[in-house]
Design a protein around this ligand. Structure first.
Ligand code: BES
Ligand code: ZN
Length: 881
């Protein structure tokens, strides 16, 4: 496949399906190499479609065994079937039943789409268009059907047989070693939410009663012997179910809810109705094999997939252009859940870091696209940070703009009005326009326009008039296909900080919405605040109220004032980050001398020292975020052109080292104070203390490597949990030498039987910022834990390397060539993983000319490879355009 030969699918070309499928009866006889599928489809012409149309069903690599219409075998001339589709040429213009038999080889399915095997377990992944790899179907989300599924398998091979909905029958197949289960899902659903699981699995379970009185059996299924690691996922499930009842008024709607963990999975997890299937890294947790970060991700992803039951499943998407309708909204919901379970400011800071690292960089490069794309060649390439994270930011802004009450009423209206339908962004927004009485047509631009807006702000104090005027302007840079940009509606939460804290805000300006909110929806405007007896320091974009870049005309000294005095935690954190970012971008551009950077380091260390002294022990999780400087990749993104990764890295190391050295005593005593002797608990408070203690270790490792190697070694030996051991390993990777190699070996020995832990070990090595890393990564590809067939292994080792700023971007281009070769090899077995990996090239145009040329050559080499998948061809084409 070459990208230019692939049809472009356009939003404006949407039209309803000519046929509907009301009922689907599926019968699977599971076999590792020859699974038989019989699908009985209850079809009827769609009143909203073209009357008298041929019946054209989607397929992908299918083998047709037989075909009947209303029980009668169809004449060969009456239809045409290929692996890619099935057309019934002149179907009767009425309701009819089509019975389709196909045969599949799940063991040969390396794409992990459709029905496949993962460690001897049968499982499925159908979103976005994998159902057509199981049977011929109208594989589009606006075709919703009631499913009944019969599964049959050898009892010994698959004692557990699961599908969507409720179990309605089970039994033995008389006279055989086989058994069966029948599942029925009363809720009409699109095919992408179909799932089945068959295999030998252990489980943990719990009874749950919903707020409206329904008894639900919850269960989490895992590989045999691992049920002791399933408790946290189950606990998270119960907590998020209660939360959705309390906060969104949403109850669960079936008698069972099953979660299954599998070890080969392209994504993180999937929200199949009543049967969520997870990458096992987002289910399995115990203190020895999961880090604090893993516990938090499991909680968030269990919640995310569960929340889809209402935002995604009950209300699904009309077409894949509306993907953010379910994903952006559900990310927003899972972020809110985690904020309520943990620390809201810390969660916000973590989410904004991710947004900037993934979405801002996407928006600034060749793969930029709107939250609702207008066209695509391969939908799997649009499960992006823009659709997900920016999609969630858009909802967050909507809430700020219309207020909490109107937002709540709008959500309620949406659930009521759109329940059972395949909806659009327009229908969603109409609910909030109605609940708030506001015209949201301007706001809707957020869905159409790509690119990250920049807000330029400057302020003037007039002592005589006792007033302060803020001048605000916005602009959005061009993105592919969108050279001209219109202003968007930017909610700017703000405060004016005086000597004794926040000053009262009085303004008659139109753009001031009250309650500390300015709405910047024009190219520029000014807002004047009155009654001010002192010159304030503006604190803008509090809580990161809009996904924009802020260029604020404030001196470092004023930022450091905000760092200590702002009432908004996010902006306290942001203020210090901005000071560090400014210094590092100047140094990274070669515009700040080593001595100049050293002066900044001294200033920053002073501010940090006072902060740690006064606040570290009161809120360690927040302090850990403060202590973590912007990453080198953040600086590269800020610089944005002619990037020299080595110079940025050197500046970054120098700044960390000096701060680490200057604060050595403070950090060491802090580490002692945070050295908890109590038993490990994954809760946010305990995790926050570990986070700060380990952040301090990282700074010490760059500042005082000699003593820190011993410190890391001791921590590794003394630790009773994976978090502390991983932090020891990470700190040690900063310190070249035999001690590092010894710890790497020890770690591997200790966790030899734990592939998910070894993933972190692979990643830690792939991220070492030294020229030897490429060779090390190549060696690790021969380690017994590694396999190109397992997405988690590939993401850790190869994805880790591709995220290594200095080594992926080696000046000799060998990093690009290595990743490009792997993309090409992987494309033959798993195009989705290959295309995600190729996405690592998305910032290539920002590099200095030498590297830029080498990266372009590697990308061109990929794009010219014969027989590329649509997935990889599309990314290569867009990246080079
Ligand atoms: N619906 C997606 C899973 C998915 C993604 C299916 C791409 C097909 C293609 C699921 O709800 C999801 O969003 N999963 C995320 C994790 C989530 C917490 C953001 C994932 O898999 O990364
Ligand atoms: Zn999702």
């Amino acid at each position: 496949m070459r990208a230019e030969d692939t049809p472009l699918i356009r939003l404006e070309d949407y039209r309803p399906s000519d046929w509907l499928i009301d009922t689907v009866d599926l019968d699977f006889v599971l076999d590792a190499h020859e699974t038989k599928v019989r699908a009985q489809l209850g079809l009827r012409p769609n009143p909203a479609g073209q009357p008298g149309s041929a019946l054209v069903l989607d397929g992908d690599e299918l083998t047709l065994v037989s075909l009947k219409l209303d029980g009668t075998t169809l004449d060969a001339a009456a239809y045409s079937a290929t692996p890619q589709g099935l057309t019934v040429l002149a179907p009767p213009k009425r309701g009819l039943t089509l019975t389709i038999e196909t045969v599949l080889n799940p063991s040969a399915n390396t794409k992990l789409m459709g029905l496949y095997r993962s460690s001897n377990v049968y499982c499925t992944q159908c979103e976005a268009d994998g159902f057509r790899r199981i049977t011929y179907f109208l594989d589009r989300p606006d075709v919703m059907s009631v499913y009944t599924v019969r599964l049959e398998a050898k009892k010994a091979e698959a004692p557990v047989l699961l599908s969507n909905g409720n179990r309605v029958a089970t039994g033995d197949v008389a006279g055989t070693d086989r058994h069966f289960a029948v599942w029925h899902d009363p809720h009409p659903k699109p095919a992408y939410l179909f799932a089945l699981v068959g295999g030998t699995l252990d489980h943990v379970r719990e009874d749950y009663v919903t707020a409206d009185g329904r008894k639900v059996e919850l269960a989490v299924y895992v590989e045999p012997g691992k049920s002791s690691r399933a408790g946290w996922a189950l606990d998270s499930l119960v907590r998020c179910m209660r939360w959705d009842e309390r906060v969104f008024g949403r109850n669960y709607d079936l008698d069972v809810f099953n979660v299954v963990a599998v070890s080969d999975f392209n994504m993180g997890a999937m929200e199949n109705k009543g049967l969520n299937i997870f990458n096992d890294k987002y289910v399995l947790a115990d203190p020895q094999t999961a880090s604090d970060g893993d516990y938090a991700s499991i909680e968030a992803i269990i919640a995310h997939e569960y929340f889809h039951n209402w935002t995604g499943n009950r209300i699904t998407c009309r077409d894949w252009f509306q993907l953010c309708l379910k994903e952006g909204l559900t990310v927003f919901r899972d972020q809110e859940f985690s904020s309520d379970e943990r620390s809201r400011p810390v969660k916000r800071i973590a989410d904004v870091r991710t947004l900037r690292a993934t979405q801002f960089s996407e928006d600034a490069g060749p793969l930029a696209h709107p939250v609702r794309p207008r066209a695509y060649k391969e939908i799997n390439n649009f499960y992006t940070p823009t659709v997900y994270e920016k999609g969630a930011e858009v909802i967050r802004m909507l809430k700020v703009l219309i207020g909490d009450e109107a937002f709540k009423r709008g959500m309620d209206l949406y659930f009521e009005r759109c329940d059972g339908t395949a909806a659009t962004i327009e229908e969603f927004l109409a609910c909030f326009a109605e609940s708030s009485g506001q015209d949201l047509s301007h706001f809707a631009r957020w869905y159409e326009q790509a690119g990250t807006p920049t807000i330029v702000a400057s302020g003037r104090y007039d002592a005589a008039a006792r007033s302060y005027t803020l001048d605000l302007a916005q602009s959005t840079p061009p993105t592919p296909g969108q050279p001209q940009k219109a202003p968007v509606a930017l909610p700017i939460a703000l405060g004016l900080v005086g000597k004794a804290g926040d000053l009262p805000l009085h303004s008659n300006s139109n753009a001031y919405a009250g309650d500390g909110l300015i709405v910047l929806d024009q190219p520029s405007l000014s807002v004047t605040f009155t009654g001010l007896d002192e010159a304030p320091i503006p604190s803008l974009l509090r809580g990161f109220s809009a996904p924009a870049r802020l260029e604020l005309d404030l001196a470092d000294a004023d930022l450091l004032r905000l760092f200590s005095a702002d009432s908004d935690s996010f902006n306290r954190w942001q203020a210090l980050q901005t000071v560090a970012t400014r210094a590092l971008t100047s140094a990274g551009r070669g515009a700040l001398s080593a001595a100049g950077l050293a002066d900044k380091a001294t200033e920053l260390a002073g501010a940090l020292d006072a902060f740690l002294r006064d606040h570290a022990l009161a809120d360690p999780a927040f302090a850990a975020q403060v202590l973590r400087l912007p990453a080198a990749a953040d600086i590269a993104r800020e610089i944005g052109r002619d990037v020299d990764p080595d110079r940025i890295h050197a500046a970054h190391r120098a700044l960390s080292a000096q701060i680490g050295k200057t604060l050595a005593d403070r950090l060491s005593s802090l580490r002692d104070a945070l050295d908890d002797k109590s038993l490990y608990s994954p809760d946010a408070t305990a995790a926050g203390r570990r986070a700060l203690r380990n952040e301090a270790l990282g700074l010490l490792a760059t500042g005082a490597p000699e003593t820190s190697a011993r410190l890391a070694d001791t921590q590794f030996s003394a630790a009773d949990n994976l978090t502390d051991r991983l932090a020891a390993l990470a700190a040690m990777t900063l310190i070249p030498g035999e001690a590092r190699e010894a710890l790497i070996r020890r770690f591997a020995e200790r966790y030899a039987a734990e592939p998910l832990v070894l993933d972190k070990w692979l990643m830690a090595q792939a991220l070492i910022a030294e020229p030897g890393t490429l060779g090390r990564v190549k060696d690790l590809m021969r380690h017994p834990t590694f396999s190109l067939g397992n997405p988690n292994r590939v993401r850790s080792l190869i994805g880790g390397f591709a995220a290594n700023l200095t080594q992926f971007n080696r000046p000799d281009g060998a990093g690009y060539d290595f990743v490009a070769d792997i993309v090409i090899a992987l494309d033959r077995t798993n195009p989705q993983i290959a295309s995600r990996l190729l996405g690592s090239f998305k910032t290539w145009r920002t590099l200095e000319p030498g590297r830029r040329g080498l990266a372009q050559a590697a990308l061109t080499m990929v794009s010219r490879t014969p027989n590329l998948s649509r997935d990889v061809a599309d990314i290569a084409e867009r990246a080079l355009a």
